[in-house]
Design a protein around this ligand. Sequence first.
Ligand code: SF4
Ligand code: SF4
Length: 364
Amino acid sequence: MGISSIISLTRAMTTSQGVDGFRQAAENEMMRLAGIVPAGDNAVERLNTAPPGRGVNVMMRKMPFSKKIKLVPTFLRTMNSVTKCAEYMQQRQPSEPVAGSTTFWDLVQNVARENGAVEVGFVRISEDEIFEGYAIPYQNAIVFTVGMDKEAVSSAPSYDMLVEVITTYASLGDIAIALTEYLREHGYGAYPGFPVGGVVDYVRVAEQAGIGAIGYHGMLISPQEGSRQRVNLVFTNMEIPEPAPNPHEWILDFCARCQKCVRSCPPGAIFTSAVPDPITGRKSTLHYDKCLDYYGANQGCGVCMDVCPFSQAGYDLIQVGFQKAEKRREKRKTAAQHKMQPTIDIGVSQPAPMPSKAPDVVFD
Ligand code: SF4
Ligand code: SF4
């Protein structure tokens, strides 16, 4: 870690603009690349976790000095990772696409997992997922998630959860660097995505890659870690296959019945139906502004991540229970429709509908 990173760290922990200032400086590296893909006409503004006097900046200001000091090693690891990502941005890569292969794609997934990634997918990023005013080096990307410690998430909102979030960012950066190196060694152009912030909407892109679906709480839900995860990616000129349809779309139907995060969010920042975000105009069930202020005042949050059944019961169990419940609902609906139909007297009476059993999974 160089002197500039130490200055950045000091600023991040003591001033109201430090965190955002550091992130912005790193992302500016990306804007200097040749052959970049600019944001599309329907691109939206990036939501800021650290606007002056709010969010992360309030959190850092309010944090007792003793806790800040304890945070330094974790912060240093993350900043080191982000700094390295910025260095990789300065190493110019070829812009021409290079053919990939199924075998090589399997190897890439293995490398990602060996370095700690959980879900791994690929995606062609739409220009509209690039944040307004930003650009990316390649449209193809390898997307991956890193899981978060269940115990730390269960303590949210808490200092432990905050430490876990920062630690996860470091892992996201380290994996992106390992993948970038691997791709470059094998003749592909690659740049790591920034683990903190980023110039594309990582969660939406991960959903488009088919590795999960976005829940009412605005986060990715996927099979292995449920909601307990964060996302990063690596931009590459490697050609990718056509993505298959997303198998996780049923999750939104489950959310409509569950709504546990809606009831549990302390400031009431999650809605039951999507409304346009006041900043981006894009429809979302998460009221970002409300979340941001609560997050800043409470050493972060993550209650919605913790209460989500996908983080507790597990994906497979929920899917099986939900499918059974859906079938029962369908049967009841059909039985009710039959009951309402006018009776044609053919001398045989209709059998009475069977009483419904208690559902295997309770959607409270
Ligand atoms: S992180 Fe906390 S405040 Fe934000 S949406 Fe989730 S529960 Fe609500
Ligand atoms: S808590 Fe329920 S409604 Fe909220 S994201 Fe998880 S499954 Fe969806």
